[in-house]
Design a protein around this ligand. Structure first.
Ligand code: SF4
Length: 400
């Protein structure tokens, strides 16, 4: 099994995922909102015709077509969203939507998503209960609307990704969120690590050592459900390290610098998986294989974000523009802009990321580096790893 998945084409030439911010309108008031969502749709946004031209530009990358995520705000706040989705699917694009957990997440709208030819949706779930999730999202009832929409989407045969943003407010709720995802069923649990941009506040961040703890917990949890990280690229380094240690039956606690947060998260994971666990391979680790290997993509390298106004960003959390799709083809901006080329060149990374033996699969979050330092090439501020610290030469051996 590949420990890190690679798209089977050159990500210098085409993205694996294109995310389009179709609107910033949303009825939620989430404390970490990237888009700083507003109640009403901004009339300066890309129009229906602009949107169709954008979808044409994405289709121009050719087969295999990039996955297109229509995000927001809440895409259901945009009247023409189903027509846009249908236009994209008729051009052969795989399209997914990421609606918000509001009353608009209802069977009628989900039916229309399905009828437009979409195969998947993603929903945000930031707590295992209304008390945690609704506080986070700023609207009472959001937890229940999300769970109801989740069940409806499953009954319609839509694939589902559940997104959870980790902050100090839900850190120790992660095992229970894991259990909910497992029990209600999802294609993937996507764990987002906070980027202090938009309404995302740096004081809500967990510490670098807690990042390490969560990523090691996720490695263990990945034996039970398929999961991935977003803006948490050093998870790929953790996967390589832990897989090597497991394979060689070495005690991971001796090498991974884990704190009490990890032990507490693992207590929770054990409680939630009683009777399910595969063989215990080392001290506290869960045996078995990961259900889903992480994908080797990063900002500008397999990934591109189109803003409300058509600006082309390397990521939704990295608001630096390579140009605008209203006057330059997306393909040209993705392939040839100095910004995107520079981000794909790992030799330009600075600080620890610049000398790290894992930077070829990781490179850190360029969004978090930019949000915290103003430099897109600065070292990842929330990685605790000291390059060269892992005593085994495993870099480059990600095929198990
Ligand atoms: S130092 Fe940078 S490249 Fe190395 S693991 Fe950490 S974030 Fe990744």
């Amino acid at each position: 099994m590949q420990l890190i998945r690679q798209p089977n084409y050159d990500t210098n030439l085409r993205p694996f995922i294109v995310i389009w911010e179709t609107t910033q309108a949303c009825d939620m008031a989430c404390r970490h909102c990237r888009a700083e969502a507003q109640p009403e749709h901004n009339p300066a946004a890309l129009t229906f015709d602009d949107g169709c031209q954008l979808l044409d530009q994405i289709a121009d990358f050719g087969a295999p077509r990039p996955l297109v995520i229509l995000t927001g705000g809440d895409p259901f706040k945009r009247q023409d969203i189903f027509d846009l989705a249908r236009y994209g699917t008729e051009r052969g694009l795989p399209i997914a939507l990421s609606p918000s957990g509001t009353p608009l997440l209802n069977p009628d709208n989900l039916d229309r998503v399905k009828a437009a030819g979409c195969k998947a949706i993603s929903l945000s779930l930031d707590g295992s209960c209304p008390e945690i999730h609704d506080t986070f999202r700023g609207v009472a009832g959001s937890f229940q609307w999300t769970v109801n929409g989740w069940k409806t989407a499953r009954s319609l045969g839509l694939k589902l990704q559940i997104n959870t943003t980790v902050t100090r407010h839900n850190l120790f709720d992660l095992p229970k969120i894991f259990a909910l995802v497992r029990d209600l069923g999802a294609m993937t649990w996507s764990v987002f690590f906070l980027v202090p941009t938009g309404r995302g506040l740096s004081e809500d961040e967990i510490s670098p050592l807690d990042y390490e703890a969560v990523m090691n917990f996720l490695f263990d949890a990945s034996k039970f459900i398929p999961l991935k990280t977003t803006e948490g690229h050093h998870f790929k380094r953790v996967v390589l390290q832990r897989s090597y240690l497991e394979k060689n039956q070495l005690p991971f606690q001796d090498y991974m610098h884990l704190n009490g947060t990890y032990n507490k998260l693992m207590e929770g994971l054990r409680d939630e998986t009683v009777g399910m666990q595969a063989a215990i391979s080392t001290d506290q680790a869960v045996g078995g294989r990961m259900r889903r290997a992480p994908m080797h993509i990063n900002a500008a390298d397999g990934f591109v974000f189109i803003s409300l106004l058509g600006e082309v960003f390397p990521s939704g959390y990295l608001p630096v523009s390579a140009g605008n799709v209203r006057n330059t083809h997306l393909k040209e901006l993705y392939q040839d802009s100095e910004l995107f080329r520079s981000l794909r060149n790992k030799k330009e990374l600075k600080g620890r990321c610049g000398v790290c033996e894992f930077n070829y699969i990781c490179g850190g979050s360029r969004s978090r580096a930019y949000a915290m330092t103003g430099d897109i090439l600065a070292e990842e501020p929330f990685c605790a790893y000291q390059p060269g610290d892992f005593p085994f030469a495993i870099a480059g051996q990600e095929i198990a």
